[in-house]
Design a protein around this ligand. Structure first.
Ligand code: SF4
Length: 432
């Protein structure tokens, strides 16, 4: 679901690989020269995206056979700091182990590890110097061994309606966004899982802008920690819900996203049902999520109820047709107590014909899914407009007449360009 500043986007993307860490091996998106997606098991020549190999460079020489995209990523890293452990990358039990080992080696009591965990997860400390109940020498030793600061706020914009967008700069200079969306007693945070996106959905500027790299788990949860700190300091209260609907396709980066789910849930104490993962239909990722014991929620970017039209909007449909996605969603639903939401961006004259509503209702009814109808957020390179309001309402009524719970979502944060299709879906402001 990208953002308007770096590229506006609707919908969770999908990573077409069926195994491992899901860099978009056959994705339609584009890679920026010299950058590369998450190192997957496959070397560069198996990549089938629209990469023009001739134009890629590695340092000051051209890419050549045998180079991997990881090589390019390493070259881009300004400050890799390999010798320090990224504390936020680790799931809580593993982090505790590492801390215990560290303190043991320094002849410190084991409870120091719990002190640090409380600082990280409860106080959301971003530096060891904040951990004032630890001796100064221990804070300094921690700082030499562990890395805690993953990103910094490059820009913070607050909209008239209270929506707040943070632009985060990562250590290698990559920029990602998160958005805080207050609504009644809820404070929803939308976070990014990739820098850019390779899925190339035709209605989405993030996909249009291309893919830079996967985020690490620590870079994902750091968005939560930093945004939570900001919310706390600015009287927004605590973040109540997290949605993986920012830049990137979460299920195309499972290697980082899945640990980040654990860290948010077990570490920061956010309930699994308060966390929603969005996807354009990465079947292996849906099945993997279904196997997890926690009841994380899932949002499918549907946008069209049938394959020909859906393929035009979401190229991943070629790899994972809707019929297969529906099979995976059935498995997910049968895993028990799991909520599924369909996101449906309404584009004037493209996917908003009333004749499509019965099919959407059929799909949603089978899974007892909610449907969010999202007026399309115009993007520069497409001459598309949002569906007129009466048509959206008629579509909604057609769904409701068939027993489907459907909402029309209002855009939020327009004056700070925070809105994008799925972010608007999060606004929780039904219009009628
Ligand atoms: S291109 Fe990527 S970010 Fe944009 S909608 Fe598709 S999957 Fe989501």
């Amino acid at each position: 679901m990208g953002y308007s500043m770096l590229g506006e986007r609707v919908g969770g993307g999908g990573g077409p690989r069926s195994t491992g860490n899901d860099s978009p091996a056959r994705g339609p998106g584009r890679l920026r020269g010299g950058a590369g997606p998450e190192p997957g098991p496959e070397p560069f020549p198996t990549f089938r995206s629209k990469v023009n190999v001739a134009k890629l460079t590695l340092g000051n020489r051209p890419f050549k056979q045998g180079d991997t995209l990881t090589d390019g990523m390493e070259k881009r890293t300004r400050n890799p700091e390999p010798q320090r452990t990224h504390a936020l990358d680790l799931e809580p039990p593993r982090l505790r182990e590492e801390l215990s080992r560290h303190f043991r080696s320094r002849h410190q009591p084991d409870y120091r590890a719990d002190q640090v965990l409380r600082w990280i997860y409860e106080s959301m400390a971003v530096s060891f110097q904040e951990m004032t109940n630890l001796p100064l020498a221990e804070r300094e030793a921690l700082d030499e061994t562990f890395h805690l600061q993953e990103l910094r706020a490059a820009r913070t914009s607050r909209a008239r309606d209270g929506t707040v967008k943070h632009l985060w700069e990562l250590e290698d200079g990559q920029l990602v966004e998160s958005v805080l969306i207050p609504s009644g007693s809820r404070l929803t945070l939308c976070i990014s899982s990739q820098a850019g996106c390779a899925m190339g959905c035709t209605f989405c500027a993030t996909g249009w802008a291309g893919f830079d790299r996967q985020l690490r788990a620590g870079e994902i949860v750091a968005q939560y920690r930093e945004a939570s700190r900001w919310a706390r300091e600015n009287d927004y209260g605590a973040v109540s819900n997290v949605v993986y609907m920012g830049m990137g396709e979460p299920l195309a980066n499972r290697k980082a996203v899945f640990p980040s789910l654990t860290i948010l849930n077990q570490g920061f104490g956010l309930g699994a049902r308060k966390i929603t993962v969005s996807t354009v239909g990465v079947v292996p990722g849906i099945l993997e999520l279904a196997r997890r014991p926690e009841q994380f929620e899932l949002a499918l970017s549907l946008h069209a109820p049938g394959s020909p039209l859906r393929r035009e909007l979401i190229p991943l449909e070629k790899r994972y047709p809707l019929s297969e996605v529906m099979d995976a969603l059935r498995t997910f639903a049968e895993a028990g107590g799991r909520r599924i939401t369909f996101e449906y961006t309404m584009i004037d004259g493209v996917n908003d014909a009333l004749e499509l509503a019965p099919k959407v209702a059929e799909l949603a009814g089978e899974l007892r899914a909610f449907v969010n109808l999202i007026p399309f957020n115009p993007i520069p390179y497409r001459d598309w407009r949002p569906s007129p309001r009466p048509r959206i309402q008629a579509f909604r009524k057609a769904l409701e007449d068939r027993g489907i719970t459907a909402m029309v979502r209002e855009p939020r944060g327009r004056d700070i360009e925070a809105a994008c299709g799925q972010l608007r879906a999060l606004a929780e402001t039904p219009t009628g």
